[in-house]
Design a protein around this ligand. Sequence first.
Ligand SMILES: [Zn+2]
Ligand SMILES: [Zn+2]
Length: 327
Amino acid sequence: MAQKWTIEIESITNAETAWQECKKICNHKHYIEPSQLEVMDMPRDARPFGESLKKCLMHMSTLTCRVQNGTRMCTGLVQRVRKSKVNTSNRSDCPDPNCSVSRTHEIRILTVTSVSSIIKPRSRDQHIQLLIEDFNCHYHFSGIKSEGEEESVRSEWCELIFITHDIDNTNTLPAAVTDFEESQRSLYEEFQRENYPKKIISIIGYPHGPKKMVSFGEIISREPEGNIRGDLEWCVYRYDAPTCPGFSGATLLIPGQPLAGYGYWFGHPHCHYAYDDNTWLGRSSIGCDHRSRTSLSEPWAFSLSAYYKYILIVGIAIVSMWVYSSY
Ligand SMILES: [Zn+2]
Ligand SMILES: [Zn+2]
C-alpha cells in the first residue's frame, strides 16, 4: 500500500473538539504529562536507564515550546540562546521593528528547531509566535536561518530565529539549554558504558495544542538519505511512538544517538515530521547522524551480556556445590 504522510500541524481554533474527534484517539491514553512522569510509566526496555532518561526529558520539556503561525500550531525546541547588543541610538538597527528603546540595549536571540511546514505556504500576513511556558514573554520572529542552505536535503526541518527584549524573564534560559545538553551527554555515555539496545525513542509534543505530553516508542527503521562527510550522513527514522496533530516539529530524543546532532556546525537533530495514514507509524524529518555509532541492529549486545551473566551464575552455583560437597 502506498504511503501517505500526514503532517501533524493542528488548528488552534478547535482544540476541544479536535481532542474528542481525533481519529487517533486511542493514542491519548499513552500520553504522560512531563511533570507526572515516573520510570514505571516508561516502556520496560527503557526502565534500566529510566532515571537518566527522566532527568533528560525534564530538561527537554523546559525547552519544548509551541510555534504558532496564525491559527496553525506545532511543536518546537529552543536549541540555542545567545545575547546580543544593539549598539545604536537608531531604533531601526534593532531586529525588532516594534523596538521602542532609543539607546544601546541588549536582546536575546533564540534558535528554535521545528518543521518548515509551519511557515509554508509563505504569506505576507503570516504571524509567527513562540510560546515557552516557563519563559512567558514577547518573542519577535526574526527569520528562518538554515532552510534551503543544504541544497541536497529536503527542507522539512527548519531553524526559526526569535528575539526578545525581556532579558530578566529569560535569564535562566541559557542554563536550561546547558542542563539539557549535559543530561543528554551523560545519558549517551551511560548507553556506551552499559551497551543498552538503541531502539527506544521519546518525543515531547503538544497533542491538539494545549498541553505538552511525553510519548514513548521504538524505532522501526532508520533510512539513509545521503552522505555528509566522514562518518556523518543524512537519514530519517520511522517509529511507533504515539503522536497526534500538534506533534510535528517535536525533537526526537534518541538516547543512544551521539548528542542528537547538537554541537555540530549544522546542529541538526531529528524532529517528528508526519505519520503514515495506513500504518500510523511516525516519520522524522531528515536529520544528521553517525553512520557507525547509531547502529540499531545489535540485539545481540544485550543478549550477549545476559549470556555472560548466566554463565557466571551457573559457574558460581557449580563451584559452591563442589565446595559444599567436598566437606
Ligand atoms: Zn489525538
Ligand atoms: Zn530593541
